[in-house]
Design a protein around this ligand. Structure first.
Ligand SMILES: [Zn+2]
Length: 232
């Protein structure tokens, strides 16, 4: 089985100022409340950002692992456009073993979030107890979320995220750097907050992804579901 750059040692999970700048460039907007970098390119650049389960403005935030690398996000968007989520959902209905294993991924997601909450000092966030992301535990609604989870957790935790990673192998593999030219490195990093999080947060995030207001020109390209949208 492949091994991803997962389970990074604690010191390399800590986001540096440079990491935050790279994330802003990858996403085309400033990032907020990123507390860890759970997966990195072989060159060291972030692949995934971990956001605290409670934003600094108080909003509960269920999407803990956010895929940021533009090469991977576009590749995953291609899978979504090709109908992979529909096929996965059909299999989840028909295959009890897969459904069990996917439920296990949901539980692992919640546990990883609790650990991040402990490390980042946000404490318990009861508003999102039992709520993960991406459609887990019974549906697939955003492959980006599942791939972000697989990269963060390493192989063998999220079966459908692992499958999606294998399915993008013609565009991205963990053993090579695809960063060159993948985002704009000239000029200033985005510093004006164009994301949708207002200072007072969102009215009712529980059980439902927040509404999305995404500029069409976003550097990431298509980010499918609203679940993954609006990290930080
Ligand atoms: Zn790289």
């Amino acid at each position: 089985m492949e091994e991803y750059t997962a389970a990074l040692p604690q010191e390399s999970r800590q986001p540096s100022a440079h990491d935050l700048e790279v994330l802003s460039r990858q996403l085309g907007r400033p990032v907020r409340d990123v507390v860890e970098i759970p997966a990195r390119c072989v060159c060291g650049n972030p692949l995934v950002a971990a956001t605290a389960p409670r934003l600094s403005n108080g909003t509960p935030f269920p999407t803990t692992f956010y895929l940021t690398h533009p090469v991977i996000t576009s590749a995953v968007s291609r899978l979504e456009a090709g109908g992979l989520m529909t096929r996965m959902n059909d299999r989840l209905t028909a295959d009890g073993e897969l459904a069990d294993s996917y439920r296990g991924a949901h539980e692992a997601y919640l546990q990883a979030r609790n650990e991040i909450a402990d490390r980042s000092g946000t404490g318990a966030v009861p508003e999102i107890d039992g709520i993960s992301a991406g459609g887990m535990p019974t549906r697939v609604k955003c492959l980006h979320v599942l791939v972000g989870h697989s990269l963060a957790a390493g192989p063998g935790v999220n079966p459908l995220g692992d499958e999606a990673l294998e399915a993008i192998a013609e565009w991205w593999t963990k053993d090579r750097c695809y960063c060159d030219g993948a985002w704009d490195t000239a000029g200033e990093a985005p510093s004006r907050d164009l994301s949708r999080h207002g200072p007072q947060g969102l009215p009712d995030i529980v059980g439902r992804p927040a509404p999305v207001r995404k500029p069409k020109s976003e550097a990431v390209g298509e980010q499918s579901a609203s679940n993954q949208d609006g990290t930080a």
